[in-house]
Design a protein around this ligand. Sequence first.
Ligand SMILES: *Cc1c(COP(=O)(O)O)cnc(C)c1O
Length: 397
Amino acid sequence: MAGFKSCNQSCDPAILPFCNVMIRPTVARVDLSALASNFTTIVNHLKAEQPVNTPGVIAVVKANAYGHGAPQVAKALEAAGADLLACADIEEGAVLRAAGVTAEILVFGALSVSDLDGLFDCGLTPTISTPGAARAVQAAAVRYKRRVRYHLKIDTGMNRLGFRFDNLTRSLPELLASPNLELDAVYTHFATADDPESPVFGQQRARFEQVLKDVAALGGMPKYRHACNSAAFLRDARVWYDRVRPGLLLYGIVPPPLASTLALRPVMSLHSKVVAVKGMRPGEIAGYGARFTADQPTTIAIIPAGYADGLDLRLASRGHVLIRGRRAPVIGSVCMDMLTVDVTGLEVFPGDDAVILGSQGDDRIDAREMAATIGTIPWEIVCRVGSRIERQYESSK
Ligand SMILES: *Cc1c(COP(=O)(O)O)cnc(C)c1O
């Protein structure tokens, strides 16, 4: 496929016979120009909607950039203008620094039981979400003789990480008085941004507004405030504050059940090839557990991708793969390394392209559709694409 390269090394021809770069038939293509375009689309939308005090973006690249490959994604976002990235833990931040990312990196996770050296060695910005983390980071900052800028996380009702919204007069003074810690931002996270029916979103928003007043009354002077993930960004401009924190939208996926008119492009597609084709007689079974029985002469094709590659078992008898521009239903069970599709009536041969996620001909199967098919969320679909699957990055702009 033009524009996609799998081996970026320019090897000495003399060593090519010994080259051990091998490509499996199943690959994930990651379109970095679509990623940059999605980032720019979000930035331009913010500018158009809010020309004065335009919010910035925190580009979320946790979990290996939602399975897309954190180093490549982070560097492409940085090149597109991202000045603040966010990851889940210190270890992910270290991977980004090792890849040469120089933009500021915010760590979302709790740090109370982490090895904190990486914060200093890699120049990461911590989230402080518990009193224990506050003390641990303060103590580490003293050892390093450094002053650390941090983001304060407030729990406005999700009951995950963060200082409780209703207890700040007791919990915050010690943190605000920590000599080596400097409050940079205050943030919260919504539990139900993607559920227009839920009253929790409005409740969390009101609590956060009050928290901002309470923090100020306690003498805290954050430079900025942020609250919204992709769903909240689409849903309510009142929670954009000074920065928005999209993850899913950057990867070209709109969080269900929301819709968006933003011109987003899917970043990842999953491609394989037919490795075997065979005929089944009526009454014969296919696969583990004999979950499929042919009721007529049936042609099946074997695709070399299975649950070890992150394909969900529930795709069996539900999912589809695009072959020869048509939807071939997944039959039998999804195996560790393979799945089987029904290609009856199609002229299919070993070597034919099979698209698991992405488009072929006029049809397309995206992460949102696959998630709906098996009863999960699109985040899980992309995050779970296995480490055995090589990511091929589009090299052209
Ligand atoms: C993952 C995450 C995001 C991004 O969420 P999306 O739904 O993918 O946009 C934003 N903020 C925090 C704190 C997160 O953990």
